[in-house]
Each structure stands twice: as C-alpha cells, then as structure tokens.
Design a protein around this ligand. Structure first.
Ligand code: NDP
Length: 360
C-alpha cells in the first residue's frame, strides 16, 4: 500500500521539486511577445528550464546511485504515477480555472479552455504556462531514463540499440525545447490559449506519460535485431524534421525581433501593408506551417527508432501529432486571416500549401 501511494504521489513530489528549483535557481529575465491584458505592457519572464532539467536529473541520479531508489523505479511505478499525475492534473485544472473570474463562456468550456490567459504567480517570478511546459518536459525526461534503465536491467546482455537511440533523440527534443525556451514565448499557446484542462492536464499528465508511449510498449521487449539501415533512417527522419521545425521557428523569431535581418543567409521576403508584415521566404515560403510537418517527422523518427515498426503503440505518438496539428493549423489560419486580412489572402496565394508542400 505504501508503495502504491509512493508511486501515486511521485509526480506530485517531482513537480514540487521542479517548482522550487525554478523559483530559486538563477534565471535569465527576458521580455516576451504577449502583452499583459490589463496594463498592455509586454510580459516579462524568468527562464531557467535547462538548468532545472540538469539539476533535477542530477538529483535523480544521486538518489539512485545512493541505492535509495532503483534506477527503474519510475518504470516499476508507472501505472500508479500516471494515475497520480492524472488526478493532480484534474485538481490543478479545477483550482486554476475556478480561482479566476469567469469569462462568461460556460463552465465546461472554461474548464477545458481556461479563464486566465497568462497568470504569473509568485509576484511574476513564475509564468504558469512556461512552468507547466517545464514540469512536463522534466518529468518526461525522468520517465524516459527510468524506462530505459528497466530495459537494461531486463536485458543486460543484449540491450536494444533502438532504446538507446530513442532516448538520445527524445532527450535532444526535450533539451532543444529548453535551450530555445525564449523562442516559444512567440508561439500559439502563449498568445492564443488560456490556462485550462488542455494546458494544465496536458502538461502535468499527457506530456510526461503519453509522449513516452513508445517505451511503455517496448522497454519490456528484447532487442528486435533490426538492420542498421532502420536505425540510420530513423535518425535521418528525426533530424530532417528537427531542421524544418527548429529552422522555421527560429526564422520567424528572428523576423519578429528584426524584420530586416537575414536568417541563415536567407533575406526576408515580406508582404506588408504599413501596419503588419507577413514573411514568405525560406521555411515560410515552403508551406504555411512547415514547422508542423517537421514536428510530425520527428515523431515518425522516434517511432521508427525503437525498431518495432510492426507494433502499433509507438505509432500513436506521430498519430497524436497529426490529430493535434492539422486542426491547429486550421485554427491558426483563421486567426491569421482575421488579424492580417488582405495580406493573409496574398500569402495564401503565394504559398498555397498548408503543411505538406505539393500535397496538403
Ligand atoms: P507557429 O509557430 O506556426 O505560430 C503561428 C503564428 O505565427 C501565427 O498565429 C502568426 O502569429 C505567426 N505567423 C504565422 N505565419 C507567419 C508568417 N508567414 N509571417 C509572420 N508571422 C507568421 O505555430 P505554433 O505556435 O502552433 O507552434 C510553434 C512550434 O511548437 C511549432 O514548431 C510546433 O510544431 C511546436 N509544437 C510542439 C508541440 C509539442 O507537443 N511538441 C505542440 C504544439 C506545437 P502572429 O500574430 O505573431 O503574427
């Protein structure tokens, strides 16, 4: 029973540690892209995600090395922990939503989509959205490492190189997000979404547990003995996706900071009407959301990396991205059409592809 409870409350404790580290560790202060609803001022952020990740993983290694916890403890307790994260996500959603004034959209819609746009508790020392993403990312990393440790414990003589590749690529994904935390201040979640179930439960439960679905499914299986070609193909697909996604996000970030500046030698081609500007060169001339294509390709690379292409579970991860990003592109396209009017019409003509060039 004690063990069950320990598993259930483990994510609560991990999020507590991450929250404390985020508040006390040094951080860089940056000005964001979103404005405060009341004052109209650009919001300020304290960003220290990578440091929080390194310290948390370091603490976890220290605890495991001391013998106080098995390296695969999070694997052994994965069901209880996922249940604990699910309940915490629900409770936190209710607390965050009901603690804010209503927007008049109806309680169910407010619970799902949220009420507040950008809460910054602790006197602005933390930002709710950025903390949620950080918490999800760090617990995901611990789960990945612990699930992989289980694989090595179960198959010490012939562990699967696919498991190693998967964890390396996924750790790259997590670190990449934290290295470029500032770039994500310019993304849809920050300026278009409120803090409700979708974000709170999504970051506290779905992100750290579902994203690791590939390892949930295969950490217990032996080395699939696949050819090196599959491992190489997986890495190539992943990094091709990363190039599209990171490249386009950085290009847009650079454009928003300085619309005249070339990015990786690509001069910005711009549609402008005096008030607004839309970029249509480089990545943003390939399709209107080539970053989403990149994200899906990375997910396909991860599914392939495990070396079990015939098993369904790892494929749920890229399928989830398709289900998330295709409707999101539609929403964003509508939002941009409203914001940019004729400019967006012109952009649609010049760059007719939504996500996949020449296909969709
Ligand atoms: P985008 O980064 O594409 O942001 C869309 C916004 O960018 C638009 O609303 C508009 O906002 C601006 N914009 C779009 N096109 C142009 C253009 N041609 N010129 C100038 N500005 C433009 O989407 P997201 O914010 O949804 O995604 C950001 C990243 O996060 C992506 O790489 C995505 O794949 C990733 N992501 C990852 C997830 C994960 O779980 N790993 C989940 C969701 C997203 P504005 O009003 O500022 O002009």
């Amino acid at each position: 029973m004690t063990d069950l409870l320990a598993g259930f409350f483990a994510p609560w404790a991990v999020f507590g540690v991450i929250g404390a580290l985020h508040l006390v560790l040094p951080a860089r202060g940056v000005t964001g892209y979103v404005r405060d609803e009341r004052s109209g001022e650009l919001l300020r952020y304290r960003l220290n995600g990578l440091l929080v990740l390194v310290v948390t993983v370091g603490l976890w290694c220290a605890v495991c090395a001391s013998g106080a916890m098995d390296w695969d403890w999070f694997w052994q307790h994965r069901f209880q922990s996922a249940a604990g994260a699910l309940c915490l996500g629900l409770l936190a959603t209710v607390a965050v939503v009901l603690g804010a004034p209503t927007t008049g959209r109806g309680l169910l819609a407010e619970l799902f989509f949220g009420r507040r746009v950008n809460p910054q508790p602790f006197d602005g020392r933390a930002d709710a959205k950025m903390f949620l993403y950080l918490a999800g990312a760090v617990l995901l990393e611990l789960n990945l490492l612990s699930f992989a440790a289980h694989h090595f414990t179960a198959f010490p003589d012939d562990p699967s190189p696919g498991v190693v590749l998967y964890v390396v690529l996924f750790s790259w994904f997590v670190c990449d997000y934290l290295v470029f935390e500032r770039v994500h201040l310019y993304t849809y979640d920050l300026f278009a979404e409120r803090v409700g179930f979708k974000l709170v439960w999504g970051c506290l439960c779905w992100y750290p547990y579902f994203y690791a679905v590939g390892l949930w499914a295969v950490a217990d299986r032996p080395n699939p003995q696949v050819g090196t070609w599959l491992t190489v193909a997986a890495a190539v697909v992943f990094f091709a996706g990363w190039t599209l996604s990171r490249g386009s996000n950085l290009q847009k970030f650079s454009f928003k900071l300085d619309p005249e500046r070339a990015f990786l030698g690509i001069a910005p081609k711009v549609l402008a009407d005096g008030d607004n500007r839309v970029l249509h060169s480089g990545f943003w001339g390939v399709s209107r959301h080539v970053n989403y294509l990149g994200e899906i390709a990375m997910a396909v690379g991860l599914a392939l990396a495990l070396g079990w292409p015939g098993v369904l579970w790892p494929w749920l991860y890229p399928l989830y991205y398709v289900a998330l990003l295709f409707p999101r592109e539609r929403d964003d396209d509508r939002r941009c059409a409203e914001k940019y009017g004729g400019l967006w019409e012109e952009y649609r003509k010049r760059v007719p592809w939504r996500i996949v060039p020449r296909v969709y």
